[in-house]
Ligand binder design. Sequence first.
Ligand code: BEZ
Length: 188
Amino acid sequence: MTHDTTALNRKRHRFDGVAEVWLFGYGSLIWKADFPFIERRPARLRGWSRRFWQGSHDHRGTPDAPGRVLTLAREPGATCFGIAYLVTPAVFDALDHREKNGYLRHLETLEFDDGRCVDGLVYIADEHNAAWLGPAPDAAIAGQIAAAHGPSGANRDYVLHLADALRAHGAEDAHVFAIECELRRIVA
Ligand code: BEZ
């Protein structure tokens, strides 16, 4: 199931005359950046929470057995830890293609550890995209993830790498750690 958002994203933000843009990573971008960047630093996004609510038919699953990957859900009072990358606009060409299965770029305020705030782009998939799976009990989410594999690898590795990376940064995330716990129980 696809819902190619590449063209939509290209129309959402134009980069005419812009040399550098902040990009906020809250998923695999926390531990893996396969693009050039000028600078990277820990950052926080207020009012959003990480959730394994987006289907992955093209990276961590298949059309017949979709995996579950992260998106962000609005949650007043919540804070989402991530890594901000300062990149050139050209980086978005590759990312728009990679994240074409339902993600749209949003312009949000990012907060650094020193209190400085900047505008940055973040990819978010909402309930209106065709690959959306939505909430489910933790055990069901973990069961689906345990069974899913795709061109980018096992869905379980996506979760386990993320949980390890969050711990390495001293970041709390009850949803991610609950799914990790269920997953470790299933795969043990
Ligand atoms: C990330 O932060 O790794 C990410 C999540 C969803 C879409 C694009 C990037």
